[in-house]
Design a binder for this molecule. Structure first.
Ligand SMILES: O=C(O)C(=O)Cc1ccccc1
Length: 315
């Protein structure tokens, strides 16, 4: 039986595009469109689907709060894959509308944040409304008694819901990309590929000067490169934060494994969020030359040396 996947719907979202990038040629009927990120997490947790795809962070707007909150505070799930896709926004309206008719615009909050410059330059009087996704906005605009005049969405969503593009590529930053993750119930980890990422949440043991440096040192000392560090409130009171961390490498790699053991010793709690193949395989951080003495072979050699000393077999 093919796997079933939930995603932030309806059809035509950027998240659906990410799902297809992760599973090219997936059979009809194997995806389930959800109305919110929280509904995707619920579908995965209660076993309705095998995995779910949600947006995690955007290169312009930063983290997607609902996704991060679910990963940090909800019943534990693991990230099993990621996809990074460019996001290009279209302003779309019903047939017969012109830009000058647009008074009410609907879209996802992350899309809105990325087209603010264009809207204030071209439609400074327009009101904006946050809805659950860009495709939900397009679907709503297509309704005969639509409460909105236009949607900011993907070109493919405009086409799917029979809307006319009024302006294409209206994002304020042409290089904008969003990172999506696939979440699964805890189980076996994807095998290391040599170009992996590890995600976790670190909870500091007690507030003291240098607590964050201690945490970061666990990675630095082992030559592990970090690709994301985001503080999130723990919910236990003002000034209490946990740290969401993405690092290059797989937990099966000696350096990452040892960094995690170090964190375990200095932190109150660690939530491991998974090791999975990097979407930017072969570019960016992957090009970083490993620090001296931090390869798997270096760690294993040092371990064997210590063992010889401990057992009295040192030469
Ligand atoms: O609403 C969508 O289409 C999504 O998939 C969420 C989103 C919104 C804006 C940028 C990237 C992802």
């Amino acid at each position: 039986m093919p796997n079933r996947y939930a995603y932030l719907g309806p059809a035509g979202t950027f998240t659906e595009a990410a799902l297809h990038e992760l599973h090219p040629g997936m059979p009809e009927g194997t995806s389930v469109a959800c109305t919110g990120v929280d509904a995707v997490f619920a579908a995965v947790r209660n076993g309705d689907v095998d995995a779910g795809v949600v947006p995690l962070e955007n290169s312009v707007e930063g983290g997607v709060t609902t996704t991060i909150t679910e990963l940090v505070n909800g019943a534990p799930l693991l990230i099993s894959a990621e996809a990074a896709i460019p996001v290009r926004f279209t302003l779309a309206a019903r047939e017969g509308s012109a830009i000058a008719d647009v008074k009410r615009i609907a879209t996802h909050p992350h899309a809105l944040a990325q087209v603010r410059g264009w809207i204030s330059a071209h439609l400074p009087e327009a009101e904006t409304f946050a809805v659950s996704s860009t495709a939900a906005a397009a679907q709503a605009v297509a309704e005969p008694a639509a409460p909105y005049d236009a949607a900011v969405c993907a070109a493919i969503a405009a086409e799917r819901y029979g809307l006319r593009p009024l302006a294409d590529d209206i994002g304020d930053c042409s290089e904008a990309a969003t990172r999506f993750v696939q979440v699964s119930r805890p189980g076996a980890l994807p095998a290391p590929t040599g170009a992996d990422r590890t995600s976790l949440v670190a909870f500091i043991a007690d507030d003291h000067p240098g607590a964050l440096v201690e945490l970061l040192n666990q990675f630095a000392l082992r030559g592990v490169n970090l690709t994301r560090l985001e503080s999130r409130p723990t919910g236990d009171g003002l000034g209490r934060y946990c740290f969401c961390i993405d690092a290059d490498g797989h937990v099966a790699d000696a350096a990452v494994g040892e960094a995690l053991m170090g964190l375990r010793r200095v932190c109150r709690d660690i939530r491991f969020l998974g090791s999975y193949p990097r979407a930017d395989e072969g570019s960016g951080p992957a090009q970083i030359v490993p620090a001296k003495g931090t390869s798997n072979a270096d760690f294993h050699d040092a371990e064997r040396w210590l063992e010889r000393i401990r057992t009295g077999c040192a030469d």
